[in-house]
Ligand binder design. Structure first.
Ligand SMILES: Cc1cn([C@H]2C[C@H](O)[C@@H](COP(=O)(O)OP(=O)(O)O[C@H]3O[C@@H](C)C(=O)[C@@H](O)[C@H]3O)O2)c(=O)[nH]c1=O
Length: 189
């Protein structure tokens, strides 16, 4: 497993070792010992799986308020996504900055989304299955969102008219969003 650091402190791309042969491939998506050796979180309490039937489906931008903030490790099983993280840590030098990564069934990349970030993705293919581990339980009371096309963030989504859930059409703009990540540890480099 290789770890590629991002310019957003705490965001990491994980590139697992892939053993391909005539049958297909094998990879370890999680190994407690390797994660520990690489300084990655090892305790997860939920594994989540979503299927988006259509290309151009956008889920996000989501986060959970403290004390239920979640670290996520996201990967794609079938299909492809443009996966976006937004730094919501008010004391971070990269506050309000976003980054997007392509994760697909061929590059096997996994994205570590730290606590204090909003997360969202847009599917690039039909039938996209996304799985992610989280280190804190889902809590509907702490569940929050920011509208996907926030004018301040100006995320360069690959789709202009995405398929959205009813909930995701109604999120506030960043300027009106409730955010409480002040105390998240931010390492200023
Ligand atoms: C996220 C989640 C949802 N649910 C329920 C609530 C709801 O009835 C149904 C669908 O939920 P949502 O519409 O929020 O699902 P979705 O839009 O796929 O939400 C996810 O989006 C991505 C981008 C993330 O980062 C995730 O953390 C999560 O917020 O599933 C759970 O029971 N547990 C969970 O952990």
């Amino acid at each position: 497993m290789k770890v590629i650091e991002s310019s957003l402190n705490g965001v990491k791309l994980l590139q697992p070792t892939v053993y391909g042969d005539q049958r297909g491939f094998f990879l370890e998506s999680f190994n407690e010992r390797s994660f520990e050796d690489l300084g990655l979180e090892t305790k997860y309490v939920q594994d989540n799986h979503s299927l988006s039937e259509e290309a151009g489906t956008l889920r996000g931008l989501h986060y959970q308020l403290n004390p239920k903030a979640q670290l996520k490790v996201v990967r794609v099983i079938t299909g492809a996504i443009y996966d976006v993280v937004v730094d919501l840590r008010k004391e971070s030098p990269t506050y309000k900055q976003w980054k997007g990564y392509i994760l697909n069934q061929y590059n096997h990349r996994m994205l570590v989304v730290p606590k204090g970030f909003a997360h969202g993705f847009c599917t690039l293919t039909r039938g996209t299955n996304v799985c992610y581990k989280v280190d804190e339980y889902y809590s509907s009371e702490h569940d929050r969102g920011i509208i996907w096309n926030d004018p301040e963030l100006r995320i360069d989504w690959p789709v202009k008219e995405p398929i959205l859930s009813n909930k995701d059409q109604l999120h506030p703009m960043l300027k009106d969003a409730e955010i409480n990540f002040e105390s998240e540890e931010v390492q200023v480099l």
